[in-house]
Write a protein that binds this ligand. Structure first.
Ligand SMILES: Cc1cc2nc3c(=O)[nH]c(=O)nc-3n(C[C@H](O)[C@H](O)[C@H](O)COP(=O)(O)O)c2cc1C
Length: 144
């Protein structure tokens, strides 16, 4: 199975998380590429059965949270028929960022199977936990 991780990042945290997720998937046998929403690897995307989409949390810290630069993410190429997962990075409280991101990805045709909010200070551990849960949810054949 192949995967593409597409992220929107302003100060680099979500990019770091996206690359950790891609590395974790690849280490588990799911060949994954990470790229920014402004430069989607279309070759990888077209070959991927799984698309992981990530953004940062934009809001007023305790209310009004949403995916940062969601308008960019809404331009994701159509991913009809592909499985998808979402993640966000946050500082204090991600609020409804994940369900909002999930709606954006669903509108592009992705079948969202899960999501994870990653605290910006716990990137390594939480990216690894997300990858583990994702692999569990995918129910991969042994030689995947
Ligand atoms: C304008 C702005 C608004 C933010 N609002 C929130 C918020 O409402 N809740 C929160 O937990 N973090 C908030 N953050 C923190 C970011 O979501 C967090 O630092 C994230 O990891 C940044 O990702 P990036 O480095 O990929 O841009 C905000 C950051 C910025 C710049």
């Amino acid at each position: 199975m192949k995967a593409t991780v597409v992220y929107e990042s302003m100060t680099g945290n979500t990019a770091t998380a996206g690359h950790l997720i891609a590395a974790g998937l690849t280490a588990a046998g799911v060949e994954a590429v990470a790229c920014p929403i402004t430069q989607v690897d279309l070759q990888s995307l077209s070959e991927s059965e799984l698309v992981v989409v990530g953004s940062w949390t934009d809001g007023f810290f305790f209310f009004g949270q949403r995916p940062g630069r969601g308008a960019r993410l809404a331009q994701l190429p159509v991913i009809d028929g592909k499985k998808a997962a979402v993640f966000c990075t946050y500082a204090v409280n991600a609020g409804k960022t994940l369900p909002k991101l999930s709606r954006i990805v669903t509108r592009r045709g992705g079948e969202v199977i899960g999501g994870f909010a990653i605290h910006r200070k716990r990137m390594e551990e939480e990216a690894a936990e997300f990858v583990d849960r994702l692999l569990g949810a995918l129910d991969l054949p042994i030689d995947a």
